[in-house]
Design a protein around this ligand. Structure first.
Ligand SMILES: Cc1ncc(COP(=O)(O)O)c(C=O)c1O
Length: 501
């Protein structure tokens, strides 16, 4: 029954459905225009933070609110005019993919319904969608479909979840009671190559092991871990009374895309009874791509894998995934059941499988992307990126003043190195590193194309990582000419007299 005296509530954040519809349609139109114009826009305008700050409202938080329409228009304009566009066909920096447009709509839908995917009870269909998404990701890389898994914000978090599952499983004492030092004073040892992404340094610090627990094993020249050196280190540690627990392999290093000898590491871990974790944040989704290195397929032998849908599945940020082969080991690491949660055992309770309690519905954009492309579509996009990277290498090889360095997965590294300079000479090498750092600075600020850098054997090099379904042959072919132009100009300005002929 209506209470005639009741005041209709008008919350400052509510939007009447008709206004929501109008604003939403207008925004989608603007986004569609933006996507259509993307190839013509500069990748970035290289603006300075101080200048950008001036574009934002000045002063303290406004005391009273503003209408939604102009706010949304202003926000869209700020983003379209002052962003770096990782969806641009010529963006190849770091490992950040172009984002599938359907993912943007998925995020809007997820936010509108707003299920809390911490618990099945609070997110019935969303939980089931996440369960299916995790299963499909496992299947896509050849991991068992009954593995434990959880979606997280990205590669760092996915690796963290796996380390915590290993910590709980592999320490010979009860880590939950005892912490990371045994009652007898013994401490754990974790092994990873020097080419491992910096998440490992954060992990040993954050999870109480301390930096001393991490044995950084040398790599061969190709950035792949030296397995013999690893084996030697494990023996030394056991002799010293330490407790080896896990080996971290990388399937696609951040600098060059190198894949560790995972099969050999799996053999070693089986012999030594160690947990094998594979950081496949970048390369994992290529595991079943026909031209991927054979070592990548061996990631199926790992105890856990971290993998990033927001990298080579082209899902908009953020989406990572932790997979643990033995689902019970994942749950054991994270499950607490406080009295104020009376969730039934019906369905998954994702708060028991990871670090988050309340959780958003990031699975939706991954699930829709997987279905839109299908398994074959996913693998084809990865194959295309790898082929484009090989093409870039071939283009670089055509220029005497460019030096190709490495090519693996979809990463190609090279540098501007004028042919009249004696490569390998220490003074020349120092200069070439300075020169390439300047080339990169101008390239990144210029907006024509965007790559990042790697340091290989002390040499500063340019690094293009193609995880971009918009990149074409023409885009790739354009990069060497841009680098040559900038390199020539800067070399004329910067070359020291001693190196002039
Ligand atoms: C091999 C590897 N592992 C982990 C990460 C961290 O991933 P995220 O930035 O999604 O946390 C990266 C990022 O590039 C990476 O290349």
């Amino acid at each position: 029954m209506n209470d005639a005296t009741a005041m209709p509530r008008q919350a400052p954040l509510d939007l009447p459905p008709e206004e929501f519809r109008r604003l939403g349609h207008a925004l989608v139109d603007r986004i569609a225009d933006f996507l259509a114009r993307l190839p013509e826009l500069p990748v970035t305008r290289g603006e300075r933070a101080a200048d950008l700050r001036k574009l934002l409202p000045q002063g303290a938080l406004p005391t009273s609110g503003s209408p939604a329409d102009p706010l949304l228009t202003e926000a869209a304009q700020l983003l379209f005019d002052h962003s770096l566009f990782n969806g641009h066909p010529r963006f190849w920096g770091y490992i950040t993919s172009s984002a599938a447009p359907l993912g943007a709509l998925a995020d809007m839908l997820a936010a509108a319904v707003n299920p809390n995917v911490g618990s099945f009870d609070l997110s019935p269909i969303a939980t089931e969608i996440e369960r299916q998404t995790v299963r499909w990701i496992a299947e896509l890389i050849g991991f068992p479909s009954d593995s434990g898994g959880v979606l997280v914000s990205g590669g760092n978090m996915a690796n963290f979840v796996c380390v915590l599952a290993a910590r709980r499983t592999m320490l010979p004492w009860n880590a939950r009671e005892q912490g990371v030092v045994g009652a007898d004073g013994r401490t754990a040892r974790i092994y990873a190559s020097t080419a491992t992404h910096t998440w490992i340094d954060k992990a040993v610090d954050l999870f109480g092991f301390g930096a001393g627990a991490l044995a950084k094993i040398a790599t061969q020249k190709d950035e792949r871990i030296d397995v013999a050196a690893l084996e030697k280190q494990i023996a030394l540690d056991r002799a010293a009374g330490r407790v080896p627990i896990m080996v971290v392999a990388t399937a696609g290093t951040v600098s060059t895309g190198a894949v560790d000898p995972i099969a050999a590491l799996a053999d070693l871990c089986a012999r030594e009874k160690l947990w094998l974790h594979v950081d496949g944040a970048y390369g994992g989704f290529a595991a079943r791509a026909p031209s991927a290195p054979s070592d990548l397929t061996a990631l199926t032998r790992a105890d856990s894998v971290a993998i990033d849908p927001h990298k080579w599945l082209y899902v908009p940020l953020e989406a990572g995934c932790a997979l643990v082969k033995n689902a019970t080991q994942l749950r054991d690491a994270f499950s607490f059941r406080p009295p104020y949660y009376r969730f039934e055992d019906e369905g998954a309770q994702f708060y028991e499988l990871g670090m988050q309690n309340s959780r958003g519905f990031r699975a939706l954009k991954v699930w829709l992307g997987l279905r839109q492309a299908g398994e074959q579509g996913c693998l084809r996009m990865i194959e295309d990126d790898m082929a484009l990277s090989r093409k870039l290498r071939a283009e670089v090889e055509k220029h005497a003043d460019l030096q190709p360095m490495t090519q693996a997965l979809s990463i190609c590294t090279f540098r501007y190195a004028p042919h009249d300079l004696k490569r390998g000479d220490p003074a020349v090498e120092t200069y070439l590193s300075q020169l390439n750092e300047r080339v990169l600075g101008e390239l990144q600020a210029g907006g024509e194309a965007y790559v990042s850098n790697a340091v290989l054997g002390g040499a500063y090099v340019l690094r293009a990582c193609i995880v971009n379904f918009r990149t074409t042959d023409t885009d790739v072919a354009a990069l060497p000419a841009i680098v040559m132009r900038l390199g020539k100009k800067l070399d004329t300005e910067l070359r020291p007299a001693a190196l002039r002929s």
